[in-house]
Design a binder for this molecule. Structure first.
Ligand SMILES: *[C@@H]1O[C@H](CO)[C@@H](O)[C@H](O)[C@H]1NC(C)=O
Ligand SMILES: *[C@@H]1O[C@H](CO)[C@@H](O)[C@H](O)[C@H]1NC(C)=O
Ligand SMILES: *[C@@H]1O[C@H](CO)[C@@H](O)[C@H](O)[C@H]1NC(C)=O
Length: 389
């Protein structure tokens, strides 16, 4: 369906000359043939707004995007809801193959323009792998899913595995206000994409880019054995099997099998009966349902002692694997606290081995990040790819 809209806008045969062959007429016409399925897909009242965004912002973006990376744009993977099958593009297959570990596991993160600029979240994310314990090699398994042209370009400059994922009509480089229509579309697009990855037979660790990787969770055995779906928590109640934990969708480890494929389909489809809610909210609802239990998904919640965040930090630097800048509002605040976190870690790593073991001090965060900084109506500047709790 994405392709349908795209192919209406960009004739597949005229990649190079696309700028010239994009008459405005075609674009204004395009909502009519594809509008029906688009509505079905997202069932949003603000279809008009979405389409407006598609025409006003999306079109120039598509032209720009197409100029830069024509082949990727025309070979997007997409979920064709009419035939109920996954059409997988060759480029995604190639990227996953190159990045995968021996057991077909990849590490995935999404990136938009705001986070991709130099000295922003993406740089700090990569830096954490460099200074972490046995994390250096993990970047060779890391695939960056770029959500806009600039993020893709920056990724290609500094990282070997980049993939461009777009959703026609939505420009994710724009500031996606938390819980705005575009934010929701972005989050759900992510779930749909991860489902595709599972269908292709790859296991993945999905990590938000504002999660610092300080220790290799595979090498240090911090994942559960024999589990299908493991998810980090904002707050952990001490029982990894208790669905009453507060999961955070920013960090998941999922094995590809029939149960997880079924579950991601179920999760993605549940958005339709819960309009206006994001993936994490919907997960918190469906996890209590009988229909969810019937899938038989082996779900575990990860301990914040190893997979911590600003909501509930991993107090012991000898045990921490990852730290998430969750419970944080505003990109500047987030960057400030991520830098403090990285400095804490550098200081810890510089200690002699004995001092490390007896090290009792925790993080100097949260500082500028805190729930107290939460403003329901963020200024435009503060709302870039924001994610709270
Ligand atoms: C990382 O990769 C290098 C080169 O492939 C290898 O020599 C090294 O042992 C690896 N390190 C770890 C911690 O796996
Ligand atoms: C998982 O299994 C491996 C060996 O099979 C073991 O070393 C490790 O401790 C186990 N991890 C957990 C979290 O139980
Ligand atoms: C963080 O907070 C401190 C103290 O409130 C303030 O001086 C500083 O400017 C803030 N930093 C950022 C990046 O907002």
């Amino acid at each position: 369906m994405y392709k349908k809209i795209l192919s209406t806008v960009i004739p597949p045969s005229s990649t190079a000359a696309s700028t010239e062959t994009l008459p405005m007429k075609t674009t204004t016409d395009s909502p009519s043939p594809s509008g029906g399925s688009y509505t079905d897909m997202f069932r949003r009242r603000n279809l008009t707004i979405t389409l407006l965004v598609g025409v006003v912002i999306g079109l120039p973006c598509l032209i720009y995007f197409n100029d830069m990376i024509p082949s990727q744009l025309l070979s997007l993977s997409f979920y064709d809801s009419s035939s109920n099958s996954i059409k997988v593009d060759a480029r995604l297959k190639e990227v996953l193959e190159k990045a995968a570990m021996k057991d077909k596991t990849v590490i995935l993160t999404t990136l938009n323009e705001a986070w991709a600029t130099p000295n922003s979240v993406f740089d700090l994310f990569l830096e954490s792998f460099r200074i972490g314990e046995r994390t250096q090699n993990l970047t060779s398994n890391l695939v960056i899913i770029a959500l806009d042209g600039k993020a893709y370009k920056r990724c290609m400059e500094i990282h070997p595995h980049c993939y461009a994922l777009t959703t026609s009509g939505i420009d994710f480089s724009e500031e996606a206000y938390f819980m705005s229509a575009d934010y929701l579309v972005m989050m759900w697009r992510r779930i749909d994409f991860l489902r595709t990855v599972l269908e292709m037979g790859y296991n993945f660790v999905f990590t938000d880019a504002d999660i610092m990787w300080f220790r290799n969770p595979f090498d240090f055995n911090r994942f559960y054995n024999g589990s299908d779906f493991q998810i980090a928590c904002d707050w952990y109640n001490g029982n990894s099997r208790d669905v009453n934990n507060s999961p955070n969708g920013g960090f998941t480890y999922v094995r590809s099998n029939e149960r997880t494929k079924k579950f991601y389909k179920y999760w993605y489809e549940a958005r339709q009966s819960h309009p206006g809610k994001h993936d994490q909210d919907v997960l918190n609802i469906i996890k209590h349902k009988r229909s969810f239990r019937n899938i038989g998904l082996k779900i575990r919640f990860l301990n914040t002692a190893y997979f911590g965040g600003l909501c509930e930090p991993s107090r012991n630097l000898n045990e921490v694997c990852t730290m998430h800048a969750n419970c944080c509002f505003g990109l500047d605040n987030k960057l400030n606290d991520l830098n403090v976190m990285l400095n804490d870690w550098r200081r810890f790593m510089a200690l002699p081995e004995d001092s490390k073991k007896s090290w009792k001090k925790s993080w100097n965060v949260p500082q500028n990040c805190s729930l107290g900084n939460f403003h329901p109506h963020p200024s435009k500047k503060d709302a870039k790819q924001e994610k709270i709790v």
